[in-house]
Design a binder for this molecule. Structure first.
Ligand code: MBD
Ligand code: FE
Length: 300
């Protein structure tokens, strides 16, 4: 997919009423949300194609690119989502959704889900670890010990009241940068767990300080990054979905402030309020670091 820059001297005029014919083709029984959405989509698509003088060859390259994304996707990998991520679309729709649904200003900011969430992570007692079967034989054992971390905090309503019985679902990658489902050497559900908050709204678990890692770049999304002269790295992050009856579920991520990629996330998902500081932890053989973070949920 080597693309030549188009000649810019030529500026043809395209029929400005053509898009209107397409929009007017919508029938009286069309889906109401599509009636709202499609005219805008058609207008922007047509304007885009005209603005860049998109050629048939370029359009077909894009069609094949999207087809490749689909062919590469299965329940372990969502390449089309990854494509959306690197152009900022998942972050944008996440922001739009949270602004549309927010009921207070104090809610913890959301961040994108990403392609590696798994339903049904084990429900574990507070104070237990999401690090499964860590063995000294694994190549990243030393780093896992050096980065061992105790993560705790409360789940609160926007008025500051603790929420009992909230579920904190957390997941992160291994120090080799791979999520468990990308890596046959990791046990099933490694670095994933769900925790239920107590009367004070508190959750607690052992995990690792997350490390920066490249998003999967061996497919079409990676090819596009290369063509754009962009790197594939995300800053280290822990993913969360925090939910409780009567509240809107919060999908978010926390970022380690030591990370060099905080300001250059390949998928544009970092927000200031989600950047956290891990503190040294004394006297705990299970963790060298600790992190305290309260999640604030909106009514929903
Ligand atoms: C990830 O791990 C991730 O969290 C996102 C949002 C995109 C790609 C890989
Ligand atoms: Fe992630």
């Amino acid at each position: 997919m080597a693309l030549k820059a188009n000649g810019v001297s030529k500026k043809p005029q395209y029929d400005p009423t053509f898009k209107d014919k397409v929009i007017a083709a919508t029938g009286p029984n069309a889906d109401p949300r599509l009636v709202q959405v499609m005219p805008s989509l058609v207008r922007h698509l047509h304007a885009f194609a005209c603005e860049v003088n998109l050629t048939v060859a370029e359009w077909m390259a894009a069609v094949e690119f999207i087809n490749e994304c689909g062919k590469m996707s299965d329940d372990r990998r969502n390449e089309t989502q990854l494509l959306c991520d690197i152009v900022g679309l998942e972050s944008l729709v996440d922001e739009i959704t949270s602004k549309m649904l927010a009921t207070s200003h104090s809610e913890t900011p959301s961040a994108i889900l990403g392609p590696f969430y798994r339903h049904d992570a084990p429900l574990l007692p507070n104070g237990s670890s999401i690090v499964r079967n860590l063995s000294p034989s694994v190549s990243w054992y030393e780093q896992a010990v050096a980065d061992s971390a105790f993560v705790t905090g409360r789940v609160l309503s926007s008025s500051g009241a603790p929420i009992k019985g909230a579920i904190v679902d957390a997941w992160h990658s291994a120090p080799n940068g791979l999520y468990e489902q990308q890596d046959e050497s990791q046990p099933d559900m490694n670095f994933r767990g769900r925790f239920e908050t107590d009367e004070e709204g508190r959750y607690a678990f052992y995990a690792l300080r997350p490390v920066p890692y490249p998003i999967p770049d061996d497919g079409p999304a990676g090819k596009l990054l290369t063509l754009l002269d962009r790197h594939p790295y995300r800053p280290g992050h822990i993913h969360f979905i925090v939910s409780a009856p009567g509240y809107r579920a919060l999908t978010t991520q926390l970022y380690d402030d030591r990370d060099e990629y905080i300001a250059k996330d390949a998928v544009f998902a970092v927000k200031d309020d989600l950047v956290v500081k891990f503190s040294p932890r004394e006297g705990d053989p299970q963790a060298r670091w600790s992190l305290e973070y309260d999640f604030i949920l909106g009514r929903g």
